[in-house]
Design a binder for this molecule. Structure first.
Ligand code: ADP
Ligand code: MG
Length: 261
């Protein structure tokens, strides 16, 4: 592989000139010789909602694992603005402004919505312990703003365990938003949601991308159509097709390996 080499430059000359939030080039991860992600190039714009689709096992979740540092790359580069993420720990990557939501919500079921947001507030992670710090006016006002954004302002004192499945997903998105990430990554956020909850989640993502870029992995094509600025189709660790939803939907290769099923 020739990162930055002549042959590489020529193929991506147009994209190189732009100011991407995330620039992934030549990214490969090999698990015992099996390449789950294989020489991937991916460029995400500011304020973009990018949806990644593809059959099970295509490598979608692994791409997010690589970006957030949960999995270490075998080779290649992941640049978040000017920072090379492949050299950083998971914790440092969060500090740089990358938030990631996993498939199963990791909220504190026995804490209220308010408390869940409060412990996620960046200043809460002090040496005195997340719950021991004083509720400053700043924290309270930020928690309320986020609760409004995620449609849970009437549930601030409700124990998170009592929320609906969809509301739990929103709470976890809120726990990421309160850290104000510049890049937010969501793995199948509307799985198991009602039609109404899916619609509200789409509206939520469209609102929050005004201040950040969002990468979403999703199978629900109606939802993808509603939110995606661009769609990347992954297959066997490689990009099969990338473009608008319309372009992707009518691509014969995409229909054959994914949409046709
Ligand atoms: P997707 O999210 O597109 O369904 P994944 O990224 O979860 O796919 O997985 C891609 C492939 O990589 C699968 O074949 C999976 O079994 C494999 N894989 C993922 N993580 C690991 C790991 N830590 N060790 C070994 N194989 C893995
Ligand atoms: Mg997955």
């Amino acid at each position: 592989m020739q990162l930055g080499g002549e042959s590489y430059m020529s193929s991506t000359e147009a994209t190189k000139k732009r100011d991407f939030v995330l620039t992934i080039e030549g990214l490969t991860v090999s698990f015992d010789g099996f390449k789950a992600v294989d020489d991937l190039n991916l460029y995400i714009d500011k304020n973009e909602i990018r949806v990644v689709i593809g059959p099970n096992g295509a490598g979608k979740t692994t791409v997010l694992d690589l970006i957030c540092g949960k999995t270490k790359a075998t080779s290649g580069s992941i640049k978040f603005k000017e920072k090379e993420l492949t050299k950083l720990s998971e914790y440092q990557i969060v500090r740089e402004g990358v938030g990631r939501k996993f498939q199963n919500p990791s909220i504190y079921e026995n804490l209220t919505v308010f408390e869940n947001l409060e412990v996620s507030y960046p200043k809460g992670r002090s040496v005195f312990g997340a719950l021991a710090f004083k509720r400053s006016a700043e924290v309270i006002s930020r928690v309320k703003d986020i609760a409004k954004e995620i449609m849970l302002v009437d549930f601030l004192n409700t124990e998170a365990g009592l929320l609906s499945h969809g509301q739990k997903q929103w709470l976890e998105i809120g726990m990421l938003l309160i850290q104000d990430p510049e890049l937010l990554m969501l793995d199948e956020p509307v799985a198991g949601m009602s039609a109404r909850e899916r619609e509200l989640t789409g509206d939520l993502l469209k609102r929050i991308c005004a201040n950040r870029s969002v990468i979403v992995i999703e199978h629900d094509m109606e939802f993808v159509k509603a939110i995606a600025h661009r769609v990347t189709v992954l297959h066997q660790g490689k990009i099969l097709k990338e473009g608008s939803m319309e372009a992707v939907q009518k691509d014969p290769k995409v229909i054959e390996v994914y949409l046709g099923h």
